[in-house]
Design a protein around this ligand. Structure first.
Ligand SMILES: [Mg+2]
Length: 182
């Protein structure tokens, strides 16, 4: 029973260097600094019918600089801080694995979730082709763009410090033009 769920397109965001300033393996919550326009972008996406999903490599865990619990606490705090401004993050996915990790339990060669692999993106992509084609990712690294290209959706390269709202508007225009073609 219940109301049928309408599938929503996904706005994927990289975390460090995109939604927030690069933490450089620090998990000190007092250093959490959002990029210009981040809250506005998240609010706009929710109002326009997108879900926002963060996909982030956190090799700090594999390197032994932090625990998964610390990463999760930091992520939770991000969701909370954003919510206080009316900005909504639906999910934060992180990948703690890397090849050559000093912490052996996180040593994985070519883990499917570690960007540039698309695992974290594929997990949340809508099955419906039209909804899927309106999904996009914004990230500051070539590895973000490689991951999103592998997932078959639109990628937008972001320069840290730019107005994130502007990037979101551009990405929405891009996927809208694409779905109008079809
Ligand atoms: Mg980044």
């Amino acid at each position: 029973m219940g109301i049928p769920t309408v599938p929503k397109p996904i706005a994927f965001f990289d975390r460090d260097g995109t939604l927030i300033e690069d933490q450089c393996y620090h998990f000190d919550l007092s250093r959490l600094a959002w990029m210009p326009g981040a809250f506005e972008a998240l609010r706009h996406l929710r109002a326009a019918g997108w879900r926002s999903v963060v996909v982030t490599n956190q090799s700090a865990v594999a390197r032994g600089y932090s625990s998964e619990a610390e990463v999760e606490r930091f992520n939770h705090e991000m969701v909370k801080e954003a919510a206080q401004t009316g900005a909504f993050i639906d999910v934060i996915e992180y990948c703690p694995y890397m090849a050559e990790a000093p912490v052996l339990r996180y040593r994985r060669h070519n883990h499917p979730d570690r960007k540039p692999n698309p695992g974290m993106i594929l997990k949340h992509l809508p099955a419906d082709p039209k909804t899927r084609s309106r999904s996009f990712l914004i990230g500051d690294k070539r590895s973000d763009i490689r991951a999103v290209t592998a997932a078959g959706i639109t990628g937008h390269l972001y320069t840290p410090g730019d107005d994130l709202m502007r990037s979101v508007r551009q990405a929405i225009a891009q996927v809208s033009a694409k779905s109008d073609d079809g």
